[in-house]
Design a protein around this ligand. Structure first.
Ligand SMILES: NC(=O)c1ccc[n+]([C@@H]2O[C@H](COP(=O)([O-])OP(=O)(O)OC[C@H]3O[C@@H](n4cnc5c(N)ncnc54)[C@H](O)[C@@H]3O)[C@@H](O)[C@H]2O)c1
Length: 344
């Protein structure tokens, strides 16, 4: 990660630390001089990335499911609660685990922070806004979520996690913060996790058609991972307790994203339109006034740059163990996995 400053924490626990965002956060904390304990059950982590992380000096890897109470050795002054299936492909194959991780897992991570007197940061999501009726979405917007639709296992788990986090702060005085992350992309995403960027990049590099859902006019805001990491660490170092949007306010349609990926990869792939998933949001763009004002944070990586770095990383990994690892995770489904959700 570039331009990392020292972090104010001595020992951080990162739940879900072996995943895409968690692994980048662990590395950034280590680079800032913080000792890190990563707690992860590896249900959606790529085994190669988890193994590489476990070798880093200053990092302790604990394989545990946070839905069970857990503790770590030594004093802890920061808990980043990032454990949760996050891609539509994952939470649709692990619906109960997703709900339990958002509820029991968040309760257990909060209890850890309370016991240690640590700052706690919940990784929430723009999905709490659902298919938004207000655009762009500020933290004051309450959302438009279908509580029983297929995506509800993720959206409602995160909404419950937020409520639990706020209640914990009010009742027990635990120092809690909530970061509402918008779609983040970058190296270490899994090519088959169903999210738009890795799906398009994988398809473009393989010369396959890029599967754009619906008419492709739905928008997302895409944040490069180093920007998201900087935002999360800024929130962790602050005393903000109310939710803060971290995301890139530049909006892009899925059709435009597919074309950009084709251009940047130099691929001969075409675009193929497929059915739009149920409850797929039509628009998504953060209002980041709060993050700008209170955290002096805003994204700095341009989409063309971030996508080029991501493409280079995927290109370097082609024909490796990515597909079998994803296939193994599919085999652990609570129910048959749904089709990929490129717009997620
Ligand atoms: N990547 C994004 O664009 C994005 C956007 C919004 C919110 N988030 C949130 O950020 C967090 C990380 O997302 P990600 O994209 O890195 O996903 P990811 O699937 O790569 O990482 C999630 C990690 O959590 C672990 N995990 C899941 N359930 C667990 C449990 N019960 N106990 C222990 N470990 C468990 C998984 O094994 C995995 O390593 C999630 O909470 C997600 O909701 C991510």
């Amino acid at each position: 990660m570039e331009g990392r400053k020292g972090t104010p924490f001595r020992h951080a626990v990162v739940t879900g630390g072996a995943g895409f965002l968690g692994s980048h956060l662990c590395e950034a904390l280590l680079a800032g001089g913080t000792e890190v304990t990563c707690v992860d059950d590896l249900c959606t982590a790529h085994p190669d990335h988890a193994a590489a992380l476990a070798d880093l000096p200053g990092l302790t890897m604990v394989r545990a499911d946070v839905t069970e109470p857990f503790d770590v050795a030594g004093e802890v002054d920061l808990v980043l609660h990032f454990a949760s299936p996050a891609s539509p492909a994952d939470y649709l194959r692990l619906p109960l685990h997703t709900l339990e991780t958002g509820s029991l897992g968040t309760r257990n991570a909060l209890a850890l922070a309370r016991r240690h007197g640590a700052r706690f940061v919940l990784a929430s999501t723009s999905e709490v806004y659902g298919d938004p009726l207000e655009h762009p979405q500020s933290e004051r917007y309450w959302g438009n979520v279908n509580p029983v639709g297929p995506r509800s296992v993720y959206d409602e788990a995160k909404r419950f996690s937020e409520a639990l986090t706020v209640a914990e702060g009010e009742v027990n005085g635990t120092d809690t913060g909530i970061v509402r992350l918008f779609n983040t992309y970058g190296p270490r995403m899994r090519g088959h996790d169903g999210r738009a960027v890795p799906t398009f990049v994988r398809q473009a590099l393989a010369g396959e058609p890029l599967t754009v859902t619906g008419d492709g006019r739905q928008t997302r805001s895409l944040t490069y991972v180093s920007d998201t990491v900087a935002g999360v660490l800024a929130l962790a170092a602050s005393d903000l307790r109310t939710p803060v949007n971290i995301g890139n306010p530049t909006e892009i349609t899925m059709r435009e994203l597919a074309r950009t990926v084709i251009r940047l990869t130099g691929s001969s792939s075409t675009v193929r339109m497929v059915d739009r998933p149920v409850d797929d949001p039509m628009v998504r763009r953060p209002d980041i006034t709060l993050a700008r004002g209170k955290l002096q944070w805003e994204p700095v990586v341009e989409a063309a740059d971030g996508l080029a770095r991501t493409i280079a990383w995927f290109a370097g990994r082609r024909a490796d163990a990515e597909q079998p690892a994803d296939a193994a995770q599919q085999a652990g489904a609570e129910q048959p996995a749904d089709a990929a959700r490129p717009a997620g």
